[in-house]
Design a protein. Sequence first.
Lengths: 276, 428, 292
Amino acid sequence: MSSGKYRLPGFDTVLNSFAMWLLAFLWALPLLYAIWTAFHPAAYETNFVWNAPLTLDNFKSAWSAAPFARYFFNTVLLVTMILICQFILCTLAAFAFARFRFPGRGILFALVLLQLLVMPDILIVENYKTIRSLGLVDTIVAIGLPYIASGFGIFLLRQTFMSIPKELDEAARVEGASFLGLLWKVYIPLAKPTYLAYGLVSVSHHWNNFLWPLIITNSVETRPVTVGLSVFAAIDAGIEWSVINAATLMTSGPLLIAFLLFQRQFVQSFMRAGIR
Amino acid sequence: MKRFGRFRTSVASIALLWGMTSAAMAVDLEFYFPVAVGGKAADTIKELTDEYAAANPGVNIDAVYAGSYGDTVTKALTASRGGKPPQLSVILSVDMFTLIDEEVIMPFDDLVETDEDKAWLQSFYPAFMENSQTGGKTYGIPFQRSTPVLYWNKEAFAEAGLDPDTPPSTWEETIEMGKKLVKKDGDGNVTRWGVRIPSSGFPYWLFQGLTTQNDVILANSDGNQTNFADPKVAEALQYLVDLSTKHEVMAPGIIEWGATPKAFFEGQTAMMWTSTGNLTNVRNNAPFDFGVGLLPGNVRRGAPTGGGNFYIFSDSSDEQKKAAFDFVKWISQPAQSAKWTIATGYVAPRPDTWETAEMKAYTDDFAPALVARDQLEFAVAELSTYQNQRVTAVFNDALAAAITGSKSVEDALAEAQKQADAILKEYR
Amino acid sequence: MMHRREWIYGWLFLSPALLFLFTFTHYPAVKTIVSSFFSTPRGKRPAKFIGIENYQALIQDEVFWKVLTNNFWFAVGTIPISVGLALLMALWVNSKLKGTTLSRIAFFAPTVLPLIAVANIWLFFYTPGFGLIDQFRSGLFGLPAINLLGNPDTVLAAMIVVAIWKEAGFFMIFYLAALQSIPPVLKEAADVEGASNFYYLRKILFPLLMPTTLFVSINAVINSFRLVDHIFVMTEGGPDNASSLLLYYIYETAFKYWQTGYAATLTVVMLILLSVLAIGQFFLFDRKVHYQ
């Protein structure tokens, strides 16, 4: 990628470096603070001295104070379920929009795009009523349902599918592949970067989503990490930053590390997916 | 309503019950509870329900940890609307009118049979019952209840030349002592404030301490009339505002509830008002000697109560209602109640609990726990009305507006009263 | 013949996605509009048609106007700054400066941390007296404590900072992908022609990044209505609703006050606003976007 780099214009390199470091430091501060408090006794929450004693007690007390293992499991289950359903539904729909000609296509596509704007996040009141009438309140499925048909996902995959040369499908059709076979053998493999990029957006969104799960869940068995953390933090006895931050690190740690390790690939997948 | 004998007491009646409810062998109770304190609250609930179930083989209790108070009431209402309510739940005492309005709970009076039951209903501190009764009926039984108290830093008092064992007992003394306790650094910036009365989130609760001390009640017991515009309320609010602006013994602006204990530990304030729910926290974390006392008084002493009550849901079978009633009776007995108080720090809701050997041993070891009990004598019901969340939100907004100086005390309160009237009109 | 099969397949492939889209987006959107003309059902009293009563209440609701104004300033504060910073971050991280890897990690980390949890950390930063900002201010400059969250004049700005922090790194990824796909020959050609760096940025790079800017800023607009998690932890909308936003108010109205009819009315306002903004934005940018 080095060939793609260019020198920054106008400003002095030193000045730029310094500004970048400063901004990066500011951006990292909350995370650094979380790490600091999580590994030190509560007395050092507000007191930053280099020789503060290290401890793992905060992790222990967070772990024993709330069922974080269960919350974590719920979130993983939720995110995986949403992602798989989104992939299936969006792939089928995107393929239909990209390759079939049928009456109502234009209007339906416009209706799909409408969801980019009118997200389920703001329709909480009516969606809650719908879920209630389905008898699904307080289930993990209910947290995911409003999101599994994603307008953004359909739009993105349609763009990618449209860019695949038609000659490829004709070749496959000659070999007698069905539409599903065609999709599976030609389209999906070629759209891998799009799936990766979309997966990143979807996972980070649903991992961090709070408002809808807060409304629709109310027991340990269904609560995702975000709601679990908020319930855990909202107690009468004041905020215990060290324990809350330990819990935060514990529950976001795996995702954080995964994203840090693969961030370069993510950027490249965004690039190839044409999301830019 | 049909009444059955106390089936639990004998094998014969259980057998009888068998005959009547052929589908189920035992009575199943679903019980929602919130956890609003750290530590062992959830574990203790489970222990107590297990203990009850062991002694009562005819009853199965499914104790469901429902999250915060807000989650619990939401969950209970949602389940009720869906036709599957719990039989029993601990919910904020102030939600009583909401639950009545939603027609989901029933009075305990309908389940009372014996004289013993009647005596039991009378066995709680009246201060706690104020939030549990309306229209002459009892809808809630106090369980995890609290009240705000004054915590003070004895070292700071000694440093300021005050008697470390005597906290302020009046509004005036709060100001006088506060002025001595304020400490400034070389730049003239305050490094320690005199007192801290948190005002974020639910400022009405601690403010109710001030109104009670000024001998004024914020809402009637029917829950359909508020008294926000009373001059005495204005006087109390003016005092709160003046603590920051005129007397400069308290930090200006809205003071965060959650950061208050930490500010106390850090020596940022010499006194704080906060819930008895913080006793254990302060005991474990304050790096100095501290005292716990009654809130200072003005016209009188006073404080609100807070916390959660037991409610019985009406949409259950008669057997379930009886079993739920029996369970609530059992768990509020002195032995169980003492266990609960010691594990959580909540205020034991009846006098005889404090007489048990366990409680005596506990309070001998940790005398500040008695302060809450002593304050109950002066305590009143927490602000509670129909449409409670909306009415308190209106009031909270008014308090915040006055504290931050964006409205005058009188204007803020008059507007709040007007809005509360509009909301409560349909309940009169 | 082929045509007929395409019809069937088209509809077949679409139907699962459409079913869910209609159930959870279009149906509730229409239902919201209908509900906004009904009262709130309570206990065994059902909802009844009340015409425009909810809308009359809306016009007289001071909190609504306050929240709407807040949301306006929140959008004005977050959108340009977070998009601008995202571009700056991407330019930096994509340059030959030292420390780009660490910086990229730092910029991106907020995307993965749940806002609801990090809000507690920001609460500490903003705490007067012993909070990080005040420790810094008094330690270095001897300045007095400042109560950023407890003052209606500063609270919204403090919340805007949190939102920018949360969003900029996410938008950076999109710019980074766009920058990396710009052929280096463009820069070389500009250099050969003796164009200044500023000229290159303004006349070549920015126009090429326009589609990304459109995409990112639509996202930023939507987020400025959707991002409310931090309010739950930091202020609960206070003091006196100075930091409340429209979606948070909808949440309170529907799930704390149980005024679902009125909450629907508020949601209708949100729907209208979002539509107007998105359409406006599309037309505004459409003329300037040069698709590659």
